[in-house]
Design a protein around this ligand. Structure first.
Ligand SMILES: [Zn+2]
Length: 420
């Protein structure tokens, strides 16, 4: 139920040309972007199409983690089909839907939270979620125990992150289950790897150096909004370098929401003296933003405050808030730490626009990132360790490379079925 990042890009160009939301799945079906699967989609989504709604034929959807490419098509799913997801993911998703308005509306669903070690029984099949380390917390792999044997699914995972033990736990559990099939991601499985790859610890060390070197200037950082490990890393960097960490209101809302999850430790946004929260100057604030502002009270800051206290602050600034630079007026040569993956190619629009902003305001671009995914040798090691009967590569641009790993590979065919 995820949405590939290139989904629909042959026909649509956000924000000028998009599928007509008011017609549900009509445009997607007509352009053959989504398959007509009986008993899956919501009545409301099908009403404007020529494909009739019928009662659900699915007993559940399982979600491995919160990333867009793993959840976004839940918006089309019949709301009576239960959605199984990690407790932490459920909490983060609530915050995301609250702070993003209509752009992130997955609709109502029968959410059912799970934890590692608590299996879910659906139609005589037992689904065992096992935590993995990834660039979002509450990420899981699954061991799906069926009458014919166990199918293991990795979700998205890495071994160089701060919780590598979790990935080890998944690999050990998968190996023990002697799976008949392993469905594995392969984001970084490629003939060559050109991007720089750091561990989370290296991100911290390198970022601290940059921030320490910023002197009287403002230090700015951008990262993926739900990468809680990265938020913690920069929280630590701010602490080490004697600066306050200024979070966007959305990130503050996320951390505040996550206080509900006792298993995932996050900085206490309301009490931590080292955290401030940035509020944009808006003509009309959304309810959640007003709420957040009154909760953080004296910790709320604006552009004028940041401009006057540049040497004391490490400010989180998202791509979509680059216009704030107009009011922030950072001192020239202030470092802008880009702590996300580098764009895929030089034609990347986001990169060109970002660079124009940085240049316009004389900011110094610094790339420091740790990936959320295993390298190719790590995937190979994992496949060999688990030693399944067959490997099914997904979430990769180079499924052909998996044939060199050892076990038999079964290539999934788009909209096809597979016999094991
Ligand atoms: Zn992911």
């Amino acid at each position: 139920m995820g949405q590939a990042f290139s989904f629909g890009s042959d026909y649509f160009m956000d924000p000028y040309l998009n599928a007509r939301v008011r017609f549900g799945l009509r445009d997607y079906f007509s352009l053959d972007l989504l398959p007509k699967i009986p008993g899956l989609y919501a009545e409301e989504e099908l009403a404007p199409t020529d494909f009739p709604w019928q009662p659900p034929e699915f007993s559940g959807v399982t979600i491995s983690h919160i990333h867009f490419d793993h959840i976004n098509h839940l918006r089309f799913v019949d709301p009576t089909i239960p959605v199984f997801l990690g407790e932490g993911t459920r909490i983060m998703l609530e915050s995301w839907m609250t702070t993003s308005g209509r752009s992130m509306d997955l609709g109502g669903h029968d959410w059912k939270g799970f934890r590692t070690g608590k299996s879910v029984a659906v139609d005589g099949i037992e689904i065992e979620p096992v935590h993995v380390d990834h660039s979002a917390p509450a990420a899981y792999g699954f061991l799906i125990h069926t009458a014919k044997g166990t199918i293991a699914y990795t979700g998205d995972l890495r071994r160089h992150g701060p919780h590598s033990q979790m990935t080890d736990d998944f690999v050990a559990a998968a190996k023990e289950a002697r799976p008949i099939a392993l469905i594995t991601e392969g984001t970084r499985v490629a003939p060559t790897e050109t991007r720089q790859q750091y561990s989370e610890q290296e991100v911290k060390t390198k970022a601290a150096e940059v921030v320490r070197g910023a002197g009287d200037k403002l230090a700015l950082v951008t990262f993926y909004p739900r990468d809680v490990d990265r938020i913690k890393t920069f929280h630590a960097v701010a602490g080490e370098t004697g600066r306050h960490f200024v979070l966007s209101a959305k990130t503050a809302h996320l951390l505040w929401s996550m206080q509900k999850d006792t298993r995932i430790a996050v900085p206490d946004v309301l009490r931590d003296p080292n955290i401030l929260v940035y509020f944009r100057q808006l003509t009309k604030q959304d309810e959640w933003e007003k709420d957040m502002r009154s909760k953080v009270a004296s910790k709320a800051v604006d552009a004028t405050y940041v401009n006057k206290h540049q040497s004391e602050l490490l400010l989180q600034l998202d791509f979509y808030q680059l216009t704030e630079l107009v009011d922030l007026k950072p001192i020239e040569h202030s470092p802008f730490i880009h702590s996300k993956s580098e764009p895929f190619d030089e034609e990347d629009v986001e990169e060109r626009v970002r660079d124009n902003w940085l240049q316009r305001f004389g900011l110094q671009h610094v790339q420091i990132h740790a990936s959320g995914h295993c390298s190719m040798p790590e995937i190979q090691d994992m496949v060999r360790a688990i030693d399944p009967k067959v490997v099914i590569p997904v979430h990769t641009e180079h499924p052909d490379l998996f044939t060199t790993f050892g076990p038999k590979v079964l290539q999934p065919a788009y909209r096809g079925s597979m016999d094991l």
